[in-house]
Design a protein around this ligand. Sequence first.
Ligand code: NAD
Length: 549
Amino acid sequence: MPDHPVRLLLVEDDPVQARLIERLLDGSSAPRFEVLGASDLSEGLQRLSTDGIDIVLLDLVLPDSEGLETFGRVKARAGDKPIVILTGVDDVQLAARAVEGGAQDYLVKTRLDPDRLIRSLRYALERVRARSAEWDSPMFRLAQQQFLKAAQLMGLDDNIRQRLLFPQRSLLVSFPFRRDDHDQVENVFGYRVQHVLTMGPTKGGIRYAPDVNLGEVSALAMWMTWKCALMHLPFGGAKGGVRVDPTALSRTEVQRLTRRYTAEIVGMIGPDRDIPAPDMGTDEQVMAWVMDTYSQQVGHGVPTVVTGKPVVLGGSLGRREATGRGLIYVVEDAARRMGISLHGATGVVQGFGNVGSAAARYLAEDGVRVVGVSDASGAIHDPRGIDVEAAAAWVAEHGLLEGYPEGDRLTNRELLELKCDVLAPCALQNQVTAENANRIRCRILAEGANGPTTLEADDVLADNGVTILPDILANAGGVTVSYFEWVQGTQNYTWSLEEINARLRSVLSGAFQRVSARAETDGIDMRTAALVEGIARVTEAKLKRGVFP
Ligand code: NAD
């Protein structure tokens, strides 16, 4: 915290309330506050422009503006400066909406005491500072806002809420690897983040992508925590990544990069510690190199240090296609509940990698006419239905869908807007946003990718009657079979594919039932219900374990 006092703009029209807050802040020494008052919105905006404000404490109901309008105008002027909302008990719902829109926190006026007030302001300042440095990423903001929305709904204990907002451990490494010509040495950034260490070892994939950063990896680690808890798996969430474009590297270069990255994070991973798996840009072969490098370092073979490895090295049957298969199991459950027959329904899949290609295949097996598929090279549309096996064979041979002779070409944006029963985004984050949500015309949005839908888009889709099967439920098939792989590895006993698929269906259906029941009982959407289920389990475990020391 800075030595100079924090300049706090208090926008509050009730002079009694304003004096009370000033008195409460008077006793704060770390940080010290200098309070500047404004009794209406126009004065507040004026002071924000001219007075070097560090943080805003904002009453939403003012003489010249009300509700989210007040927040929107202050936010537009405040930019990245933190805003904490002051609210009456009756307006808590409104305050929560402001938090979804980017406010850091909200405080209920009748429950104000110095500790609560000062801590909320201090954390808001620290969070913004952390975000504006390493964690700054839209994906991390989305993960935190989703969490805060669910936490507000649950009335989550403030101590727990603050503990879960940031990952427990983060490692950032910068390391070299040699290009094939042996003259060039590239230097890249790598990450490994463990969000919650309470539930058992941590678990999460490794992503190779050109724009990966600490914020993105942290968001993915947080989602892994909720996903594992929702599935009742004995893991906390983790994730790793290297900021590199793997499509621009040869396989030997990817191998050298992988081995060096593994050596850099070797102290953090282990079969009882943290267990990586594939994610975007990585596959079974990459997992084999991670396992081999780890085993070389510790002096004996340790297959259980990774999951999603080749079957011959102790990988599980069914792991490769587990995320896509699981996605379709959840779609089947949802369709049954909604009274939709999948036979003869239409489907669209964005992304044709590990998750997307399997999802398209299993949709087709269920009798769904897959009218659109896409990858990084663009999209194909064929209202008569795409031959998914032929498209997969083309990609196996050519690397991308580009040049596939059937159907019409569309952009990825246009693909998402095709009318269909089931839309499965299985590529990147941030695909369905406030900008295009109104043009999405599916009945079920099944999130194969992590974080494909923004919070604003969630609201628009809900208004338009779209059922969202949220990522932490819909794409949990991968981590579930990873868990089966880890169990088989630790027992040195393998299961049949039938056994694995039956167990997968049972785990996912159990989670689907819990989420649907929660959504119905609490009158909330499926995403929030899934988050609440996951967060509640982690909270219970944290409370049982207590705080060390
Ligand atoms: P992958 O690398 O195997 O495939 C990614 C696919 O997305 C490729 O077809 C690629 O061409 C396509 N793509 C890239 N940029 C695109 C763009 N701009 N528009 C459209 N398509 C684009 O990755 P994956 O393992 O299938 O992962 C996809 C998503 O699923 C990620 O969000 C990942 O986090 C999530 N996920 C994966 C698993 C798993 O087991 N692999 C598990 C859970 C969630």
